[in-house]
Ligand binder design. Structure first.
Ligand code: SF4
Length: 500
């Protein structure tokens, strides 16, 4: 029996920094982690997170995680509507439940913490989340009995902000993969039953492949999941606590088609913690499966991106990587992926990410990084790399080795972003890295990464927009922004200009 009836509507939304397609370039979305900076906020938000096109407040695409929850609730018969945060007033009057998706609600994620420390202000994503929750129409709806449920990868942060859960009247925070529990919780909300303030999805409640629905409406930038979980088990990561599952080709193709046929996006951003491992149960890529996946994707869309991949997989199968790049580059000049380098220290690699280099030994990690980054450069994969700074018990020697590695990568077209350690995964009970703990070596590493970024930024901007009709204007704006940032940093006495 459908739970659908007038006044029982479930509205889904996310804040402005998530309801954007970042000028069709997912990496520009990193800009949402920054606070107010060198240019006016309005101009910055237009450059880094312009509102996604919407028709009468209904966005043409929405964050993938929100689309999954929407599909799940639709399959259970709920009356669900996904709306843009800018138009929530228009639809909230008959909503019984407001579901909010979030990735970094208080700016406590590694990238936002680092940028907030440097610029000493609240990141845009935290500002926008607050603006959404403090929209007066939400408190009015709460007064007449509407319930608020929050989910998404950033909800762990609510444990650090319990007062705001109370102040904003959040009725339930769901932590983990919610497909199997969200219907039950929403039904209880509609029936005015008491909700658990926090619901942590247990392993038993984690959905199997056939319990995860196919999205019904377009996802931002054509993102489609190809699998969930990761087998590498890094200590600082929460993904590792989830079981590894790969979607069958048909399911992936169905989602690519949802995007392509909607005419919103003919791009497919393949999402997994390590795309190169598609279909594999070990740390060695399965040639047939990954090649078949890419041939299928290229045939059915105009361009491809990867969410994440590991350097170990590129290093262990360089010929396979070259073959995949040939398939991808048939239709596009480059592609991107987020890649974790984390450290240049074999000692630290052995301690906190023992399997990151697997099947190589953790001691071989710096060499694995150098080899794979070289291959990425040659085959036009542009990595946005992360480093972890301030891991508990990190030594000066660890930092020196990481600085050395960044220097070795200077000729690799990439961005390298140092992130302050945030206690998560198996290290969740450790202390946060605080700005008072910054040493001259930390500072040197930060400056090295900035120099690396400025060395490559113009070429990356050019490649990012090449072939688009609006390329010239966007390239101009981002290059001017990079120049302004460089000027302001140099004014502080930090030399970041670096000739090639
Ligand atoms: S490889 Fe990446 S996703 Fe997997 S456990 Fe390590 S940090 Fe997490």
């Amino acid at each position: 029996m459908p739970a659908n009836s007038v006044g029982n509507r479930v509205l889904l939304t996310a804040d402005q920094t998530l309801m954007s397609d970042y000028h069709k370039n997912i990496f520009i979305g990193f800009g949402t982690c920054a606070p107010s900076n060198f240019i006016p906020d309005k101009l910055y938000s237009w450059l880094f997170f312009p509102p996604i096109k919407s028709i009468k407040g209904i966005p043409v695409a929405a964050p993938y995680g929100l689309r999954k929850i929407e599909a799940q609730l639709l399959s259970e018969g709920f009356d669900v509507l996904t709306v843009a945060p800018t138009h929530i007033e228009k639809y909230i009057h008959n909503a019984k439940v407001l579901g909010i998706y979030t990735m970094d609600p208080f700016g406590l994620g590694p990238a936002s913490t680092t940028l907030a420390f440097i610029l000493k202000k609240e990141p845009f994503l935290a500002q926008c989340f607050r603006n959404l929750l403090e929209n007066p129409c939400i408190s009015e709806a709460k007064n007449r009995g509407m319930k608020i449920i929050v989910g998404g990868p950033g909800v762990w942060q609510f444990r650090y902000r319990p007062k705001l859960v109370e102040k904003w009247g959040i009725d339930c925070v769901i932590e983990g993969e919610a497909e199997k529990v969200v219907g039950k919780i929403v039904r209880a909300a509609i029936n005015d039953e008491k909700l658990p303030q926090y619901h942590e999805v247990s392993i038993k409640e984690t959905p199997g492949l056939d319990e995860i629905p196919v999205i019904e409406k377009p996802s931002i930038n054509g993102l489609v999941e190809i699998g969930r979980g990761c087998c590498r088990g890094c200590d600082f990561c929460s993904v590792t606590l989830r079981p590894l599952r790969w979607y069958p080709y048909e399911k992936i193709l169905q989602e690519i088609k949802v995007n392509v046929e909607s005419e919103y996006s003919r791009h497919a951003n393949l999402h997994a913690e390590d795309v190169m491992l598609y279909g594999s149960k070990t740390t060695i890529p399965n040639d047939n499966k990954i090649l078949k996946l890419h041939k299928m994707a290229v045939k059915n869309c105009d361009s491809i991106g990867w969410s994440h991949c590991s350097l170990a997989c590129i290093a262990i199968k360089p010929k396979l990587f070259a073959r995949i790049s040939e398939i991808i580059l048939q239709k596009q000049p480059w592609w991107g992926a987020e890649i974790g380098i984390e450290t240049g220290s074999p000692r630290l690699a052995k301690k906190i990410m023992r399997a990151k280099a697997h099947p190589f030994k953790p001691e071989e990690w710096p060499e694995v990084v150098r080899t794979s980054m070289g291959l990425a450069h040659d085959y036009k994969l542009i990595p946005a790399c992360t480093l972890i700074v301030g891991v508990p018990r990190e030594t000066e020697d660890d930092l020196l080795k990481t600085i050395e590695l960044v220097e070795d990568l200077k000729d690799v077209r990439s961005l390298i972003v140092p992130l302050f350690f945030v206690p998560m995964g198996k290290l969740k009970d450790e202390g946060w890295f605080k700005e008072t703990e910054m040493t001259p070596l930390h500072r040197e590493l930060l400056i090295k990464c900035l120099r690396h970024g400025f060395r490559w930024v113009n070429e990356i901007i050019e490649l990012s927009f090449s072939g688009k009709w609006y390329a010239n204007i966007m390239q101009f704006f981002y290059k001017v922004f990079a120049k302004i940032a460089e000027y302001n940093i140099e004014r502080k006495g930090i030399t970041v200009k670096a000739g090639k």
